[in-house]
Write a protein that binds this ligand. Structure first.
Ligand SMILES: *Cc1c(COP(=O)(O)O)cnc(C)c1O
Length: 440
């Protein structure tokens, strides 16, 4: 399969380059030339397939021309070795729990898949001696998923840059205690400073001549596309519970950079019978504004208690435009939106717990509430529960006034020893450090 850039100046690029580059040279995002439609037989018995079987089938349609069957199967089975259960919350609302991976958030799926795919292409290109360096700036969740996803993956070194004192202790321990090929850099600055350092590194001629640099955020095809797999698995599980429920299936995605929902839209284009999508936002509601007005006005993000969705200029918005040929009416016919304030999110976490016993995290709460507010009587809704509530411990405990049990996996991280490199926010310091690491 070949890929083009959403800016249309670059086209017919192979998957290997797409994954290693991340972003196209014209600054657009890569999209596949063709979105393959899966045949009806697949949907006929999908309810009897495991997550890995479904993921492999979909992966084969997307990536099978570029990766041989045995290797692709290995990538899928090794990276997606945890369950993604569909849990009934009310009569017509289900939670797709995407938090059973190593860092208890949905980004594990994309990060683990991408690490193995990148490693596959590095090895195949005969570059196994040359390290590829993944640079990632994080306000918490992305760093932990990427660091754990790439841990021990051969030929890749990961640098996680995070703002000193500004990520929660639980998040911090998930990427600072790993060691090995993961280096955590504690920047004396804000998240924006971290992001600026990473951007400067990608643009620095000398650095790029001396080392291979790439990014692992959801602009990368290898990170965002595998997220399509679990939409098929959600459908399969719903079908197993009730064939009728899948007739009017609505999927709601708590969204920030819109990589997750874009993968769902691709699943629909592959023939998955999802009736429509709902994008749930916190106060960063630029997408909702676009749906309502047809105008897209990026702006600085505001801080909320669903902080992984604090994005003021969603990077995957251009992919959504591209998928629907820039047609506002085509987009609004398949996607609706809702936005919630911190107060509303708190109220939802509390009332859902009281009424159903189900504990939401602040991101999933936006998804659940958007279904409560937007489902038609004949529809069945699935929201993506993107993180485990214990990842936002202080917030969730203060809302419900009770202790939240911390899963074993999270407790293990908290036992590890913190190893970080302290860094100023000056690019020259970061650059000098990277060059020194490369010479080792
Ligand atoms: C990253 C993240 C989101 C937003 O996902 P996008 O793909 O950026 O839209 C939502 N919830 C949680 C918990 C996240 O970590």
């Amino acid at each position: 399969m070949l890929y083009y850039s959403t800016n249309k100046k670059i086209k017919d690029i192979g998957l290997s380059d797409v994954v290693i580059k991340g972003l196209a040279e014209d600054k657009g995002l890569f999209m596949p030339n063709v979105i393959p439609v899966l045949d009806d037989n697949f949907y006929g018995n999908i309810e009897d397939m495991s997550f890995q079987e479904i993921a492999y089938h979909v992966a084969n349609a997307l990536f099978g021309e570029d990766i041989n069957a045995g290797d692709l199967k290995k990538i899928v089975y090794e990276s997606l070795n945890f369950d993604i259960p569909l849990v009934k919350v009310t009569d017509n609302i289900y939670s797709l729990e995407l938090f059973h991976g190593p860092t208890l958030a949905f980004k594990d799926v994309g990060a683990r898949f991408m690490s193995r795919m990148l490693s596959y292409f590095i090895t195949k290109n005969g570059d196994s001696k040359a390290n590829v360096n993944v640079l990632v700036a994080t306000s918490g969740d992305t760093g932990s998923a990427v660091a754990n996803g790439f841990l021990d993956v051969e030929g890749i070194h990961v640098y996680v840059l995070y703002p000193k004192g500004l990520v929660s202790p639980i998040q911090e321990c998930q990427f600072t205690t790993l060691g090995k090929n993961i280096t955590a850099i504690e920047v004396d600055g804000t998240f924006d400073d971290c992001q600026a350092l990473v951007k400067s590194a990608f643009m620095d001629g000398e650095l790029n001549a001396k080392m291979k640099l790439t990014s692992a955020n959801s602009i990368n095809v290898a990170r965002f596309m595998p997220q399509a797999f679990y939409y098929f698995y959600a459908y399969a599980q719903l079908k197993k519970l009730s064939k009728k429920a899948t007739e009017n299936m609505v999927v709601c995605v708590p969204s920030g950079n819109f990589g997750n929902i874009t993968a769902g839209l691709i699943a629909k284009k592959m023939g998955l019978p999802i009736k429509r999508f709902v994008a749930a936002n916190n106060r960063n509601d630029i997408f909702l504004e676009y749906l309502n007005t047809g105008k897209y006005n990026p702006r600085p993000s505001v801080a909320t208690i669903a902080n992984a969705m604090d994005v003021g200029d969603p990077s995957n918005f251009v992919r959504i435009l591209d998928l629907y040929g820039n047609s506002h009416s085509a987009i609004t016919s398949e996607i609706t939106g809702f936005r919630y304030t911190d107060e509303q999110i708190k109220e939802t976490v509390k009332s859902c717990k009281n009424e159903t016993g189900y504990l939401l995290d602040p991101h999933g709460a936006c998804g659940y509430q958007a279904l409560k507010d937007g489902l038609q009587p004949d529809e069945v809704g699935v929201f993506l529960e993107t993180a485990h509530p214990a990842k936002f411990l202080e917030t969730v405990e203060s809302i419900i006034g009770e202790k939240v049990e911390i899963p074993q996996k999270l407790q293990e991280f908290m036992k590890g020893e913190k190893q970080t490199v302290e860094m100023s926010k000056e690019f020259i310091d970061f650059k000098t450090f990277l060059l020194k690491m490369e010479r080792r």
